[in-house]
Design a protein around this ligand. Structure first.
Ligand SMILES: NC(=O)CC[C@H](N)C(=O)O
Length: 305
């Protein structure tokens, strides 16, 4: 349907005036160097068609969007047992907040804030002999690009500045909610965050979330229908950190953001959308990315309500 292409092109025009308004994430030095004026969007339908517009060849690290795949691989291996170690409630605090973790005995509120993703990585680490390899191969199969790589400069930069994330992991360890060596798990976590893609690959990688758990690229059965519904529900309530309510109000779709400027949004039984623009708002979500999704939601009638 060429209508999709037209609407994506219009979204690119719409967000142009916003691109300079955001700020790149500078707490990770390797991310601070990205030029602000970049934007791209891709839409991948459950029939396997992809549309894209904007800076479609630009590559970026997926950052916290990786938390969705981390949770997916962990749920495949643990099922509901995983929820003994991480909660399902919105945090209402910043993605890298430490305070709640102490009050709540080292059990992170949800898997989409840093502490929750790191403990999920710890769980995964216990069940995989080569977690970084397994993760990369999963994305390669699901995106349809078997050359996807990790940006090692970004991974190393994150590791070198890991203080807050290390503090969370050690705090969880002090509460008995961490089984492996903290530094090893953090290295995996940063490598997952530093996987590099363009928006087309990103939308394809998460096709299973709009397709009842089945990847439309590889045909693999990734999650059950029930787990897919659960994942989308959690993404709706917690996918955008302490801005999940605002995102839900404006966009009306389950979504997940990352500080590299990427966001995925899911329209169950129709398509997965990805947007990317490195300028972030105060919470750490792509400013132009959210504006584009709000526009697309209205134009395409994609809100789930
Ligand atoms: N919100 C994010 O995208 C955070 C991910 C980043 N790698 C971090 O751990 O701080």
């Amino acid at each position: 349907m060429s209508n999709y292409q037209d609407i994506l092109e219009q979204a690119v025009q719409r967000v142009k005036p916003l691109l300079r308004q955001g700020k790149v994430a500078n707490y990770i030095p390797a991310l601070a160097q990205q030029p602000l004026e970049q934007f791209s969007v891709a839409l991948h339908t459950i029939d396997g068609e992809t549309y894209s517009a904007g800076d479609v060849t630009a590559r970026f690290t997926i950052q916290s969007v990786s938390k969705v795949m981390t949770l997916t691989l962990a749920l495949q291996r643990y099922g509901d047992e995983l929820w003994q170690r991480v909660g399902k409630e919105p945090s209402g605090t910043a993605f890298n907040s430490l305070t709640q973790l102490e009050f709540e005995n080292g059990i992170p509120r949800n898997p989409f804030i840093n502490a929750g993703a790191i403990v999920t990585c710890d769980a995964l680490y216990s069940r995989l002999s080569a977690p970084i390899h397994t993760m990369l191969e999963s994305y390669r199969a699901m995106s349809g690009n078997n050359k996807l790589c990790i940006n090692k400069i970004v991974a190393q930069s994150e590791y070198d500045h890991r203080y807050r994330n290390a503090a969370m992991a050690y705090l969880m360890k002090s509460f008995g909610n961490f089984n492996n060596e903290v530094e090893d798990v953090l290295w995996s976590y940063f490598n997952f965050c530093a996987i590099e893609m363009n928006t087309t690959e990103l939308a394809r990688s998460f096709s299973y979330l709009s397709n009842q758990g089945e990847c439309s690229i590889s045909g693999q059965h990734i999650l059950s229908k029930k787990q897919t519904k659960q994942m989308n529900s959690l993404l709706f309530t917690s996918g955008l950190y302490d801005a999940a309510g605002d995102f839900g109000y404006r966009v009306g779709m389950p979504g997940k953001s990352g500080v590299g400027g990427a966001i995925i949004a899911i329209v169950p039984n129709r398509f997965t959308i990805s947007v990317w623009s490195p300028g972030l708002d105060k919470v750490g979500n792509s400013l132009a990315g959210i504006a584009a999704l709000e526009y697309l939601s209205n134009e395409l009638g994609t809100a789930i309500f």
